[in-house]
Design a protein around this ligand. Structure first.
Ligand code: NAD
Length: 431
């Protein structure tokens, strides 16, 4: 049977390399659409959890994993030789930055090496990890062709960026359009058919580079606009203008304006990192992506601004940061999820610790977090812990937190999310 027939009859066997925030929800969505899916994961503990029907990703409920596993539509393994029995292989491994702020595509290389070792004619390989334009063609393709097989003839290769937005209850895998670009027209067509089986709209583009660049444009758009509004927040603060009021008023314009809000700084595995994949690649073309650099610089400065705001607020109460009891509300990088990767809360806590503050934290989604040499355990949020703190800082605006109680009991609050916009009082300081 040809690959296209296997895909349309859902008899194609699917493999997902890397079962993290992206790979696990994808594996479940594919298996729920009727395919049989194997997850290939280097982390033994994650693979074992999957095989007993346990999820470790908040967006995926354990019963969904359990059902897929029990019905024999999903299993996980650490053994890459499973690849030889698959028809479609999707690579969802991390793409972080190195210490020198350069793309670290070692995970992509390693996954491609494994795929290449077991590659066989008729297979479709799709890279989903966010990366710079050229990765699929310049890095993954040569590795796969070391097998002696030729792309477009013996096997197929495409790039399709993952657009998952953790915690988003409106847009998930099925109703978020999927962009695909293949090395050849047939690669694009096969990838388009595959995703059409479980995604409502698939958007084909002319090349893997165009698909790679699409994802970066989306994330750079957010990064630059957040930086712009953060810069205007800094200026508004000096001018005595309430930036939140200004954004709300500007958003009343029904066309030509899209509201972005200031905050304590960027976080997560995508927006603070992905733009630098493009800046790095641009240098190869003697091109400087100045918007990205400037946005990065502005966004990185915001946690320092938050700390200075806390310091000024304490100062007006004749207190110094040194020795102050500070309660941080929210460690996750955004509301209603437990992901702390690149979270601005981590930088703010480190800076405050360096100044001698005594930090307590509360985050309903994070039990504990190691920052530097210290373990921070999430404290129970009670009127006592709030009233005993010299300052409460709202870093992440999780939905389930009792902000009325916080506003009523705190001596001083620094609100980085305008969560207390309906509260008045000189003890509430907005960024
Ligand atoms: N998290 C998001 O919201 C999001 C959204 C869109 C795109 N992305 C992109 O998707 C990619 C994956 O991100 P993530 O958040 O899922 O990362 P993650 O760290 O949550 O998951 C990656 C998984 O891959 C595994 N892994 C690493 N190397 C491997 C290998 N060689 N073989 C098999 N498994 C391997 C890890 O153990 C981990 O479980 C990144 O490129 C990221 O930029 C992430």
């Amino acid at each position: 049977m040809s690959l296209i027939d296997k895909i349309t009859s859902k008899t194609a066997r699917i493999g997902i390399i890397g079962l993290g925030y992206v790979g696990l929800p994808l594996a479940i969505a594919i298996s729920e659409s009727g395919f049989s899916v194997v997850g290939i994961e280097v982390d033994k503990e994650k693979a074992s959890k999957i095989n007993v029907g346990e999820s470790y990703i908040p967006d995926v409920e354990s019963p969904a994993v359990e059902k897929a596993v029990d019905e024999g539509r999903f299993s996980a393994t650490t053994d890459f030789s499973a690849i030889k029995d698959l028809d479609v292989i999707s690579i969802c491994v991390p793409t972080p930055l190195s210490e020198m702020h350069e793309p670290d595509i070692s995970y992509v290389r390693s996954a491609a090496n494994e795929a290449g070792k077991y590659l066989k004619p008729g297979q479709l390989v799709i890279l989903e990890s966010t990366t710079y334009p050229g990765t699929t063609e310049e890095v993954v393709l040569p590795i796969l062709e070391e097998s002696g097989l030729t792309v477009g003839k013996d096997f197929y290769l495409a790039f399709s960026p993952e657009r998952v937005d953790p915690g988003n209850k409106t847009y998930g895998i099925h109703n978020t359009p999927k962009v695909v670009g293949g090395i050849t027209q047939q690669c694009t067509e096969l990838a388009r058919s595959f995703y059409s089986q479980f995604v409502q709209i698939v958007v084909p583009v002319s090349s893997t580079r165009a698909a790679e660049m699409t994802k970066l444009l989306e994330n750079i758009f957010r990064c630059v606009n957040i930086a712009l509004v953060n810069e205007l927040m800094l200026l508004s603060d000096r001018m005595g203008v309430n930036i939140w009021e200004v954004i709300e008023a500007a958003a009343s314009k029904p066309f030509g304006f899209m509201p972005f809000t200031p905050g304590p700084g960027l976080g997560g595995h995508c927006i603070p990192i992905d733009p630098f994949y493009l800046s790095w690649k641009a240098r190869q073309y003697d091109f400087h992506t100045e918007f990205i650099e400037l946005a990065g610089k502005t966004n990185e400065s915001i946690p320092y601004y938050v700390v200075s705001k806390i310091s000024q607020a304490l100062n007006s109460y004749e207190k110094s940061v040194n020795g102050a009891k500070i309660l941080i509300l929210g460690l996750a990088y955004k509301k209603d999820i437990g992901d702390t990767r690149e979270s601005p809360a981590i930088k703010i806590i480190s800076l405050l610790e360096g100044l001698g503050a005594r930090i307590a934290i509360h985050d309903p989604y994070v039990d504990e977090k190691v920052i530097g040499t210290k373990i921070y355990k999430s404290a129970t949020l009670t009127p006592d812990i709030v009233s005993e703190s010299d300052c409460v800082v709202i870093v992440t605006d999780h939905t389930g937190v009792d902000y009325n109680m916080v506003a009523d009991n705190a001596r001083l609050i620094v609100d980085t999310r305008n969560k207390l916009k309906n509260f008045v009082g000189s003890h509430i300081v907005r960024i």
